[in-house]
Design a protein around this ligand. Structure first.
Ligand code: SIN
Length: 493
């Protein structure tokens, strides 16, 4: 590890901020067979620590504990649950720096970006602390005079939350905060690549007064943990952020016990720059959506469609901006792009770029591993990308910006929708009429117009087509954790 990363790790470790055991029923526990897995710093390849490598048995105990706690947590008043969530938010914000450092250590994103994720992640807890008090029911005018009809909303029960490595905190809070707000309890399986932030957040949940057993964390064997969550009739909901392949397996597995499922899966985001765009706005927005988290988000622009009249001007200015990005260890001042998460992700990026070159695309900037070694990759712009290339068909999940030229609005819409994915789409234009027209035509759950960073706790996040099911964040995110119960009161005359 670099000196800085090493001293940060040892400080966090000696202050007790780095936890290495799973969290079941409010207790820190080792894997039952004593197994551990190494957690790496992707910027240096060095081991930060070893954490418990858990499986089915630990998961079953976590489910039992979540189920027992559900019986009391769901009976609290909304105001009581709200106060616990608010305290959790306060504690996360009070520990923003430490959480950000932990995230940079295990995930690699630049420290400023990591601290930004802490604020972003915490914002879901603050929002749902408030929303807890707004789970309203309904009274329905009855069809018969002696009846009274009510609708009440109740928590679904125990939730299994399976979360990815690219947002080690925010993807947890976006699921766990609404679940807890509704009265559910949770078993979290964080990515085995980034469990440390999740464990630190779990510790803060206990300090906040969220009762033992309401939040459990098990990490290790993804298949064993996933199977235990799916098999249990006590788990009433699975919420997952990750690949489309795994999402489909979870959906099929959840059918056996007919669980509620929400899935936030892969994207293939088009970013359409029209001739009438404000060039500076388009440059800023495209940089933001493409290079956030080294291109490792499901909402990163994956295909940059540029209209022929502005193509040359945009590609020159964009390449210049990309070339100026500083790459390096996330703890180094001014670094805008950290490493890619691991070797297999790096190989995927390399193979997509090779595929494009072999089919006639041109490397405008970058296009190869960075001289820093490890999994660092040069911020890259590839011109003349065509629909048949892997870069256009699948999510590259790395710092590679493919430019595709188009002639008309109709053609741009056709290219944008020509995919099974439907998470985020972006467009840059100064025409209000076109903004409405194209937004309506895009088969995507999120549309950014003249803006590349559109995620917020107050708006619904989720995809259409094979990008997923359900919505996270906003008032809509609550429904994912609630059952609707209809009550008919008869004999009232
Ligand atoms: C994701 O990439 O899965 C989430 C991105 C976001 O919340 O903006």
């Amino acid at each position: 590890m670099s000196t800085n990363a090493r001293s940060v790790a040892s400080r966090l470790s000696s202050s007790g901020f780095i936890r290495t055991q799973g969290f079941i029923g409010g207790k820190w526990v080792d894997a039952y067979d004593g197994k551990t897995i190494e957690v790496y710093n992707p910027a240096t390849g060095e081991v930060i620590t070893n954490v418990a490598c858990m499986g089915g048995r630990e998961t079953k105990d976590a489910i039992t504990s979540a189920h027992n706690t559900f019986l009391s947590w769901s009976k609290l008043t909304a105001a009581e649950r709200s106060r616990c969530l608010r305290k959790w938010f306060d504690l996360i914000m009070a520990n923003k720096e430490e959480l950000g450092q932990l995230m940079t250590l295990e995930q690699g994103k630049p420290l400023d970006e990591a601290m930004g994720e802490v604020t972003y992640g915490a914002s879901y807890i603050e929002f749902y602390a408030e929303e807890a008090k707004r789970v309203y029911g309904d009274i329905i005018p009855a069809a018969l005079p002696d009846r009274r009809l009510f609708v009440m909303k109740q928590p679904v029960g125990v939730v299994g939350a399976i979360t990815p490595w690219n947002f080690p905190l925010a993807m947890i809070t976006r699921k766990v905060a609404p679940a807890l707000a509704c009265g559910c309890t949770v078993v979290i399986k964080p990515s085995e690549l980034t469990p440390l932030t999740a464990l630190a957040a779990a510790e803060l949940s206990i300090q906040a007064g969220i009762p033992p057993g309401a939040v459990n964390v098990v990490m290790g064997s993804a298949s064993d943990i996933g199977e235990a969550l799916l098999a249990s009739p006590q788990v009433r909901k699975i919420t997952f952020t990750g690949s489309t392949t795994v999402g489909k397996k979870l959906m099929a597995g959840a059918a056996e016990t007919v669980k509620k499922v929400s899935l936030e899966l892969g994207g293939n985001a088009p970013c359409i720059i029209f001739d009438d765009a404000d060039l500076d706005v388009a440059l800023k927005g495209t940089m933001a959506t493409k290079f956030r988290n080294s291109g490792q988000t499901c909402v990163c622009a994956n295909r940059i469609l540029v209209q022929e009249g502005i193509y040359d001007k945009f590609s020159i200015a964009f390449s210049k901006a990309v070339e100026s990005m500083k790459v390096g260890d996330g703890f180094v001042e001014g670094v805008a792009q950290g490493p890619i998460i691991n070797d297999s992700a790096l190989h995927k990026v390399e193979s997509f770029v090779q595929d494009a070159i072999s089919k006639g695309a041109k490397v405008l900037i970058g296009g190869k591993r960075h001289s820093l070694g490890m999994t660092f990759y040069e911020p890259t712009v590839i011109g003349d990308v065509k629909s048949e290339m892997l870069l256009a068909r699948e999510e590259v999940f790395g710092p590679v910006a493919p430019l595709m030229k188009f002639k008309t609005e109709e053609e741009a819409i056709h290219i944008a929708n020509d995919t099974n994915a439907g998470l985020a789409a972006y467009m840059f234009t100064t025409s209000i009429k076109r903004s409405w027209r194209v937004s309506e035509a895009l088969e995507y759950g999120l549309v950014g117009i003249n803006e590349g960073q559109i995620s917020t706790e107050v708006a619904p996040f989720g995809g259409m087509k094979q990008s997923g099911l359900g919505r996270e964040g906003s008032k809509y995110g609550m429904d994912e954790y609630l059952e609707i119960k209809y009550v008919c009161l008869g004999n009232m005359s």
